[in-house]
Design a protein around this ligand. Sequence first.
Ligand SMILES: [Zn+2]
Length: 716
Amino acid sequence: MRFGRALFVAVALVAAGLVSSFSLTAAAEKASTRSSRSLGPIILEAEAPFWMSGAVASLENDLVAKHGEGARARAARGLAQVSALWRAEDGDEAAFRGFVTTHFAGDQETLDAVFARFERLLEGIDGRMNEIGREFREQAELELGPVLPLDEIFAAYDPSAHVTDDFFANKIAFVALLNFPLTTLEERLGEGAAWTRREWAEARLAQRFSKRIPAEVNLAIAEAAAKAEAYIAGYNIWMHHVLDEKGERLFPPKMRLLSHWNLRDQIKADYSEGPAALPKQRTIQKVMERIVTQSIPDVVVNNPHVDWNPYANEVRPAAAEANDAEEPAPAVMKPTSDPEPDTRYATILADFHAVRMADPYSPTAPTFIARRFEENREIPEPRVRAMFEQVLTSPQVKKVARLIEKRLGRPLEPFDVWYNGFRPRGAYSEAQLDSFCKMRYPSAQAYKDDMPRMFEAFGFSRERAAYLAENIVVDPARGSGHALGAVMASEKAHLRTRIEKDGMNYKGYNIAVHEMGHNVEQTFSLNDVDHWLLRGVPNNAFTEALAFVLQGHDLELLGLAKPDAKSEAMQVLNDFWATYEIAGVALVDMAMWRWMYDHPDATPAELREATVAIAKDVWNRYYAPILKKKDVVLLGVYSHMVNSFLYLPDYPIGHLIAHQVEEKMRSAGAIGPEFERVCTFGSLAPDLWMKNATGAPVGSEALLAATERALRVVKE
Ligand SMILES: [Zn+2]
């Protein structure tokens, strides 16, 4: 599924191992709106007990005496890993010695048994936790009749929230750390290509216990996340009250746009009106700039009771004839242009101070930046930056910009980073497509029954098509649809799809094919990967890329003509321009986090100045030469910078990965066998997965090559 905003934060933080989805939800409920109290510098120290270093040295010798010199390296490594996370409450020196002596696997046979036990039992607990969660959310997620208030509590409950804490408390985690290697990203990338599958599985096992973040730190992070979410969720601009340079109203009553998503999407939507929309697009740009620089008057945020001219930055009480408010104006309200007091940057700093509290408890990735790049993405930050710069400085940028200029018939302006005029033209109307789909799929069961045929059409053998269909359950969803994979091999993947009363419409079908792509990936990457510990794909971008491959063939599956070459080329140009835009946004996010780590005591005003300077610098380097205006701050407007904690780089990386996978599938002939092959690599580091799949590491070449081809098609 494509993530919604709230889910982003949850997924991002849960993926980072920072919060459980339950504590996040609970904290979000308690959070007050637009509060920006800083968390303050509550830095906890992860200090080892005083006796630790002496005990470690003598235990290493004891283990070597017992198991031979060959065990020294493993013993030293295991002792270092356990001692780094052992706390006073885990036991005194005698308990530590007893633990190490009991649980160190001194010979290969014991080590194999310990490894096998972990693999089987972790599959058991994770698989069942996933099943409990699925069952508890069923009433809320599926079309099964009314949802009771009780169902919502069940749906919000995460039974796995405390498993990692429990495993440190009962020392299961320490057994893993004593016997299997923690690795750095450098080691996984440098040596990982030569590792056996078992070595990779051992690395993944140890990684699961690489951090031991105290509950109070996780709670502080969840609270910061909830406050950031609440700040963003209430940041609406009432557009009927935004005036242009001449003081005229450009937007209709009741139009309320959430920053930045709706503001940006309004700029995009307005392209359909041609040059007439220019004043509107320029005015929205002005609003965005004032949000970034925090010169936006505090009183205009989420307030329909004032009129605001963002050019002169003047505020006055809303004109009576323009009243579109749902509620009367508050008794006390100062219609002045006093700026918002840097709340945006205070909120970002609170995020930073919260996640930084986890640093001492994460020895192999001791900063949040490291946890994002080295653990979540597993692509080093400098490589990510270099890939983005490669797109930003590519000759294709100028060529595509020239094409946009020609299509618009005017010189480009800064907001044209959101140009959306590369629309593939469909051969069928939406109504035609709806009627094809409704006829074919009156029910979820009808879709389910058709799955073996669809899989065979993708080039899977009859046997593999039947196997996939057997492993995918189709459920009627309340929402638009999603894919829920299994976590243990004995369970099935679930395809949640939307069926209207008169059958499945085209939108529902298109989403169902996408989600089915996830289910196919989930089935192979769980059941056909040689180690459960290596199940899955490297990260979210990979499963999305694979899902898009199937989704892209939805028309052919219906027996209709596939999109023509021009439509496909337009889609590529659209992706390229979106990647160009979001790569710069991601660079600003990355530089801002670097700056915060370099200036941990900064004030909100100092962070504002720094972020504005960073946004201008990135703009001047990569955008000003194309969009012909210097010192623009637009790249700093994304709300993710406030509520999603260094998530933005995932978007451009996702575009690059999608094109690499797409390119590979295009050249493979039949999709099925190739799809299955790449899904059995499992969760290796992204570069290794991509080398296995395509012969090259993750990079921008596929997107740039596709753009070059698309330019030739569209110019003709
Ligand atoms: Zn998806």
